[in-house]
Write a protein that binds this ligand. Structure first.
Ligand SMILES: [Zn+2]
Ligand SMILES: [Zn+2]
Length: 409
């Protein structure tokens, strides 16, 4: 079968790609880059309850681009996934193609959502403390293969494979029925689950929040917050723009935002002050003001030093910053964290929420409901062979009118 394989086995090549990317964003998926189309064996279900799913539509995640660009992630995270080659694509929907022995909950031909994370039980390992607590996305055995493969799961391995190919392996417990969901919405299940989990990382103590970064995750975080808290006041912070209708604003409003601020950080802080009845306070040194009041929570879906800094300034004392964007090693002024007793809540993927519900199951219900307004998020589809153009479009983002770009298999 055809598969898009990212080869990270040569550190020199990864470093070269990272350097080349600065002048040419397409370096990683051009000739000699770390991503290439390969012909690989169709994976066979390895045991009881395993199936092969043929992906039909798979998204390109911002984290895929970061991985290919060799930028954005701290090297320390490589300790958790010793795999050096991976078939990418963890945002997939597809059709069950082959069922292994003992499969009881899905049949060949079923359309499914795929929850891509591997827990201890999928690898045949005795359950670790986190898996036992229903937090398998934080599995203590992430770096161990068991009788399968190490790493996060589908999209990060050549063993279970990834959605940018013609076949992935999944245990039936990783699949959810997608028969009532259009393909264009089903492909959003994974990022929507990321967003729901992020929304649940804030405990809901307050009534005014902001979401920074109206990309796929930001828009879906708005939609999740709106779904969870109908009366919540939600502001979205986008890139500064002089346009009267900047790209993405309509999608943010449709997802449930009350307003979108596309201003420079100083102006955003002035807007937060006005919005919360607060006052801007000017430090003797430094460019940006701080506030006496502020918002109850800020969801930073970008994770750059500039957005983390802005988020910390926007919060009221005892407010919560939910770090959704994949921040790496970076310089941030932490003074406000202790001075204002802020809470920083990290958020990664999904699993079971504090009430015991399965994140993916809630998202499945939402996607089947037309009142969950996320239809503008998928902007582009490309055939698998057109991956170079697809990745360049995704990397260009708003400049190409792109939010979520997906590959059709
Ligand atoms: Zn992702
Ligand atoms: Zn575990």
């Amino acid at each position: 079968m055809r598969a898009l394989v990212a080869d990270l086995s040569s550190l020199a090549r990864v470093a070269l790609t990272a350097a080349a990317t600065r002048v040419r964003p397409a370096a990683a998926w051009s000739r000699g880059g770390i991503l290439a189309m390969e012909e690989v064996n169709l994976p066979e279900p390895p045991g009881h309850g395993w199936v092969r799913v043929r992906p039909t539509l798979t998204g390109i995640c911002g984290s895929d681009l970061k991985l290919l660009h060799g930028t954005g992630f701290s090297p320390l995270l490589t300790a958790y996934n010793p795999e050096r080659r991976a078939i990418l694509g963890h945002e997939l929907t597809g059709v069950v193609e082959v069922t292994g022995p003992g499969t009881t909950t899905v049949r060949e031909g079923d359309r499914v959502l795929v929850e891509p994370t591997l827990w201890c039980r999928h690898k045949g390992l005795p359950e670790c403390g986190r898996c036992r607590a229903g937090e398998g996305h934080l599995c203590e055995n992430l770096s161990r293969a068991g009788d399968l493969c190490p790493g996060q799961g589908i999209g990060f391995s050549t063993v279970v494979g990834g959605g940018w190919s013609e076949g992935v392996l999944a245990h039936e417990s990783m699949l959810l029925d997608a028969s009532a969901i259009s393909e264009a919405r089903a492909v959003l299940a994974e990022p929507a689950a990321v967003a729901l989990h992020a929304a649940r990382r804030w405990h809901g103590n307050g009534d005014r929040v902001a979401v920074i970064g109206p990309g796929t995750i930001g828009l879906l975080t708005v939609a999740a917050l709106r779904r969870l808290h109908s009366g919540l006041d939600i502001s979205v912070v986008g890139e500064p723009s002089s346009s009267s209708r900047p790209f993405g604003v309509d999608d943010a409003l449709a997802a449930g935002a009350d307003r979108v601020w596309t201003r420079a950080p100083a102006e955003v802080l002035a807007l937060v002050a006005a919005h919360t009845g607060g006052t801007l306070l000017r430090p003797r040194f430094g460019r940006l003001p701080v506030l006496d009041r502020g918002l109850d929570a800020v969801f930073d879906c970008i994770g750059l030093p500039s957005t983390i800094d802005l988020a910390l300034r926007m919060l009221r004392a005892r407010g919560t910053l939910v770090l959704v964007g994949t921040a790496g090693r970076q310089r941030v002024d932490w003074s406000l964290v202790w001075w204002r007793e802020l809470t920083i809540a990290g958020s990664v993927v999904y699993g079971r929420e504090p009430d015991g519900s399965r994140t993916f199951e809630t998202v499945r219900e939402w996607l089947a409901d037309p009142a969950y307004h996320v239809d503008g998020v998928l902007t582009h589809r490309f055939a698998l062979d057109g991956y170079a153009e697809a990745l360049s479009t995704a990397a260009a983002g708003p400049a190409a009118g792109a939010i979520k770009v997906a590959l059709t298999v």
